[in-house]
Write a protein that binds this ligand. Structure first.
Ligand code: AHR
Length: 495
């Protein structure tokens, strides 16, 4: 029997607000994410709005997705946006070099994406092409999407049927510049960034765009150091970091058929996020002590072998309770670092990697990760309540990880939300939280768990894993005593 973990919550006026953009998503031209996922075309029998599936729009609106990154990923540095505007039948094709070598017809382009974001009520985050594009091309894209006055690009936009600009705020200047974005050194990329950023204005001098640098590959701290040192802070709205939870890049393991040891290794890699945001954050603090520059973890999630029988270039994988635990624990890390982490993008939204939505022709299902995102939406734009506790350990083969993960916030109406994850795959954990001074009395709870860690929602059993009422706690005179089962995610609400 394990001892009780005492979690302390602090009502701290100086604590940051959890930026809703931490709950962001990512949609790349990869596999069946856009074509055959979001976008089925307006002649499809699947109910759609201008070619975008209505069931996906509804599910994502329910999730309150705050932003959506597009068109890549690696694809972004091969993408020429002018090929995706104007009459569809006149658009040239593009071969998707990175993902399966498939030929795309460019039928889903800038208008389709930005109009879809309006339907989703979400902020677009466009990734510009630095690797194989030009400064002029990217500057033109901003003018096309954002300029309301008269100009060559705004005239072209109007000719293509859109009078008002979309006013896109978030702009990535390249993606993974250290790899598929051009195999650049940090020093070289810093120079490229400065050049591209100089010509990327919102054309109205209102400071209306946030320019985001392609960040490091996981623990490449030198990348962050060089960029922070060489890019003037007034040119840098945000700096990315990419980190995937992976067992071993050469042997990633199956998405569904995995052992407890493999689960442990996945979680070991996922929980490394704590160290990554702490260390990258410390480097950023050196150059930007006022924390003006946001850290964006603009690609994160679990990465396994593709589902058997599917195209290896399409990165299609199922999503189990392992992914739910991974998502819950990672989002707790982001919440707790909300002073610096102001955006994150789960990779990826539909049919790719740790997706929240999977489709099979007309069928659509939501994954355990979807449910975690939905449960955690209560933290969006809420004030962080810093937590402190000593976690018990989860030990496998002599290696240990913290078993308990937690974060908490207070929303605009004064409601308190505490999200708890038990990472331990074998043992329940007892947690005690003193809530006397939080100004709330009545608590309710929701849990996401399942009989087996390997359980998932399939097209035949789409509701195998759904949130249910959580009764495993007692409020003893202002002290919550909670027992959280193995591999489960719990959100408590106090009002
Ligand atoms: O999300 C899949 C790929 O992972 C992205 O295209 C790339 O940026 C990263 O390496």
């Amino acid at each position: 029997q394990k001892e009780t973990t005492v979690v302390t919550l602090k009502n701290d006026d100086k604590a940051p607000v959890i930026n809703k953009n931490i709950y962001g998503h990512f949609a790349e031209h990869l596999g069946r994410c856009i074509y055959g996922g979001f976008f089925v075309g307006d002649t499809s029998k699947i109910p759609n709005t201008k070619g975008v599936r209505n069931d996906i729009i509804a599910a994502l609106k329910d999730l309150k997705i705050p932003n959506l990154r597009w068109p890549g990923g690696c694809f972004a540095d091969t993408y020429h946006w002018k090929d995706g505007i104007g009459p569809q039948e006149e658009r040239p094709t593009i071969v998707n070099k990175w993902w399966g070598g498939v030929t795309e017809d460019n039928s889903f382009g800038t208008h389709d994406f930005l109009n879809m974001c309006e339907l989703l009520e979400t902020e677009p985050y466009l990734s510009g092409n630095v690797g194989s594009g030009t400064v002029q091309e990217l500057a033109d894209w901003v003018q096309y999407t954002n300029f309301s006055g008269k100009s060559p690009m705004s005239d072209l936009r109007k000719k293509n049927g859109r009078t008002e600009p979309w006013k896109v705020k978030f702009w990535g200047i390249g993606n993974e510049a250290w790899g598929c974005g051009g195999n650049m050194t940090a020093e070289y990329y810093a120079g490229e960034y400065r050049k591209f950023a100089t010509f990327m204005s919102d054309w109205e001098n209102t400071g209306g765009i946030t320019r985001i640098a392609s960040g490091s590959n996981s623990a490449d701290y030198n990348w962050t150091e060089v960029l922070m040192k060489n890019i003037p802070l007034n040119m840098l709205g945000g700096l990315g970091v990419h980190h995937y939870a992976v067992i071993n890049w050469n042997k990633k393991g199956d998405g569904v058929d995995f052992t407890e040891e493999q689960y442990f290794k996945t979680m070991q890699s996922a929980l490394k996020m704590e160290e990554l945001v702490t260390k990258h954050g410390a480097i950023m603090d050196k150059y930007d002590p006022e924390k003006k520059v946001a850290m964006l973890v603009d690609e994160w999630g679990g990465w396994y072998e593709v589902e058997k029988g599917t195209n290896p270039g399409f990165l299609y994988q199922q999503n189990t309770m392992r992914d739910a635990v991974l998502a819950g624990a990672t989002l707790n890390i982001f919440n707790n670092h909300a002073d610096r982490v102001r955006m994150a993008n789960l990779a990826q939204c539909v049919n790719v990697l740790q997706a929240v939505i999977l489709t099979d022709k007309a069928k659509m299902i939501t994954t355990p990760t979807y449910h975690v995102m939905k449960l955690y939406a209560v933290h969006q734009d809420a004030k962080l309540l810093p937590v402190s506790f000593q976690s018990p350990l989860y030990t496998v083969n002599g290696e240990s990880l913290p078993a308990v993960s937690a974060s908490a916030s207070k929303d605009k109406n004064g409601a308190i939300h505490i999200s708890l994850v038990n990472v331990d795959a074998k043992n329940k954990n007892k947690i005690e939280i003193d809530v006397k001074d939080l100004g709330v009395k009545n608590f309710t709870g929701t849990i996401l768990t399942s009989a087996k860690l390997q359980d998932y929602n399939s097209f035949d059993t789409p509701n195998k894993i759904v949130p249910t009422v959580f009764k495993g706690f007692e409020n003893k005179k202002g002290k919550l005593e909670i027992t959280i089962p193995p591999y489960s995610v719990v959100v408590l609400e106090g009002k």
